[in-house]
Design a protein around this ligand. Structure first.
Ligand code: NIG
Ligand code: FE
Length: 415
C-alpha cells in the first residue's frame, strides 16, 4: 500500500464539500491551520490538525513537510479546447488593427482555420502537442482538465480529437474530462440554410458513436448569433440528455441570445462565457443550479466587457472560473491569470475564486463527489503553494504560486 502524510501545512485549504457552492457559501474555505492530510493508494483517509495525524508517521509512509506552505485541492480547469492543430497568431494582430473576433469568423477565418489544421495534423502530432500543453497546465496546480473536441466537425477528425482525450489519461498525470463539441461551428457545406441538417447529422450519426465508445462525458454547443440558434441548442442538448450525456453550453458570449436561460431550461451542468447573460438568465441559472462558468482571460484578450460574476454570485449562482484555452480567442493555459482577472474585474473575492477553481470547477465537470476538495474518500490531488496562504494566488501577479503538485498521492510536479 502506498501511504502519504502531508503535515505542517500553514493552511490546509480544504474547500470541504461534495456539491457545488452557491452564492455566499463560496466564501467558506474550511481552512485548517497547521493542517495535515493522510492518504492511502491515492485516496484521502484522514484530514485534521498535524498533531492529531502524526500517528501515521511510520517508516513505510512517505512524508511531505508543508511547513510555511498552503495546501489546496488540485485545481480544475473546467473549460478548455485542449487539442488543435496550427495557430492563429495573425488574428491577434488583425484584432489590434480593429478587426473583431466575429468579423474574422464571418469572413471564413477563426475556428474554421483551426478546423483545417486539425484535420491535417496526425493523431501522433496532436497528442504530442497536447502533452506539452498539459505539462504547462500542471505547473499551475491543475490536476483535472476538461477538453473539448470541435476542431474536427467532420466525423473522422472529431473522433481523432476524442480518442486523443481518452488516451491522454494514460500518458500523463492530469485527469481529462472529455466533451464532444461537434456543434462548435457550421461546416462550409452546411452554411446558409443547412444548419438544421448539421444538427440532425450530429444527433443521428455522431452522438450514438460517441456514447457507444464512451468518448465523452459531456456534449456542448456554441449558441451564438450567426453560429447556432437557441432552437438548435434546445434540440441538441435535450437529445444529448436523453442519450445519457451531461451538457454544457457556450452561452451569451458576444450577444445576449438567451443561452443562459436555455441552460436553465434544459438543466445543463454549466453555462460558459456569459458576458451578455441577461438578468433573467442569471436568476434562471441560480434557480436551476446551473454552474456559471466565467472565462475572464477571453474577455481580457478580446477587450470585451467581463461577465457579471459578482451579480451571479449575489443572485445565488455557483461560479466556476476557467481558462478557455484555445487557438483563437484565448491562447492561455494560465489559470492563475484567470483567477486574478476575475478578482480584479468581476469583483470576486479571493475566497470565492478559490472555490471557483476547486469544488465548483469539479462540479462543472461532474466530478464533485471525487475531486475538488480535501475530504475523506476523495482523490489525493493537491496543489502546494510556495507561500503560506491562498491569498498569495492573485497577489503574485499572473503567474503560478504553485511549488508542488500531488496527483493521486504521488508528487508529479516540483518547481
Ligand atoms: O470558447 N467561442 C467559441 N469557441 C471558443 C473559441 C474558439 C476559437 O476561436 O478557436 C471559445 O472562446
Ligand atoms: Fe470555449
Amino acid at each position: 500500500m502506498k501511504k502519504l502524510l502531508i503535515k505542517n501545512a500553514s493552511e490546509l485549504v480544504t474547500c470541504s464539500g461534495f456539491t457545488a457552492k452557491k452564492g455566499k457559501e463560496m466564501m467558506d474555505l474550511h481552512i485548517i491551520e497547521n493542517g495535515a492530510v493522510y492518504c492511502e493508494d491515492g485516496i484521502i483517509k484522514e484530514v485534521g490538525k498535524t498533531n492529531d495525524l502524526l500517528k501515521y508517521e511510520t517508516t513505510d509512509c512517505e512524508i511531505f513537510d508543508a511547513k510555511g506552505k498552503a495546501v489546496l485541492p488540485g485545481f480544475v480547469d473546467s473549460h478548455t479546447h485542449l487539442t488543435f492543430g496550427g495557430y492563429r497568431a495573425d488574428e491577434f494582430n488583425w484584432r489590434l488593427r480593429g478587426d473583431s473576433y466575429m468579423s474574422i469568423m464571418e469572413r471564413g477565418g477563426g475556428i474554421i482555420n483551426s478546423v483545417t489544421s486539425t484535420h491535417e495534423a496526425s493523431e501522433e502530432e496532436l497528442t504530442e502537442i497536447a502533452l506539452k500543453r498539459l505539462k504547462s497546465m500542471l505547473s499551475y496546480g491543475v490536476t483535472t482538465v476538461e477538453a473539448k473536441s470541435g476542431y474536427g466537425l467532420d466525423f473522422d477528425t472529431e473522433m481523432k480529437q476524442l480518442h486523443i482525450n481518452k488516451k491522454l489519461n494514460d500518458l500523463q498525470p492530469i485527469d481529462i474530462v472529455s466533451t464532444y463539441l461537434g456543434a462548435h461551428s457550421v461546416p462550409a457545406q452546411y452554411k446558409n440554410g443547412g444548419e438544421d441538417k448539421y444538427i440532425d447529422y450530429i444527433i443521428e450519426k455522431v452522438m450514438p458513436v460517441v456514447k457507444e465508445e464512451k468518448l465523452a462525458d459531456f456534449v456542448d454547443i456554441f449558441v451564438e448569433k450567426n453560429v447556432f440558434s437557441v432552437e438548435h441548442g434546445r434540440k441538441l442538448l435535450n437529445k444529448a440528455k436523453e442519450m445519457g450525456f451531461k451538457t454544457k453550453i457556450h452561452a451569451d458570449e458576444m450577444v445576449s441570445l438567451g443561452g443562459s436561460e436555455l441552460a436553465a431550461e434544459v438543466g445543463c451542468t454549466s453555462a460558459d462565457h456569459l458576458l451578455h447573460a441577461s438578468d433573467k438568465g442569471i436568476s434562471d441559472m441560480a434557480k436551476a443550479g446551473v454552474i456559471a462558468t466565467v472565462l475572464p482571460c477571453t474577455a481580457f484578450n478580446l477587450k470585451e466587457d467581463y461577465a457579471r460574476g459578482r451579480k451571479m454570485i449575489d443572485e445565488g449562482c455557483a461560479l466556476a472560473i476557467a481558462t478557455d484555452f484555445n487557438p483563437g480567442s484565448c491562447f492561455c493555459e494560465n489559470l492563475a491569470l484567470a483567477f486574478l482577472l476575475a478578482c480584479l474585474y468581476m469583483d470576486i473575492r479571493v475566497e470565492e475564486a478559490v472555490t471557483a477553481i476547486t469544488i465548483n470547477g469539479a462540479a462543472a465537470v461532474g466530478r464533485e463527489k471525487t475531486i475538488g476538495s480535501i475530504d475523506i474518500g476523495k482523490q489525493a490531488d493537491f496543489a502546494v503553494l510556495e507561500f503560506p496562504s491562498y491569498k498569495y494566488i492573485p497577489y503574485h501577479i499572473g503567474t503560478s504560486s504553485v511549488e508542488t503538485v500531488i496527483k493521486k498521492g504521488k508528487i508529479v510536479f516540483n518547481r
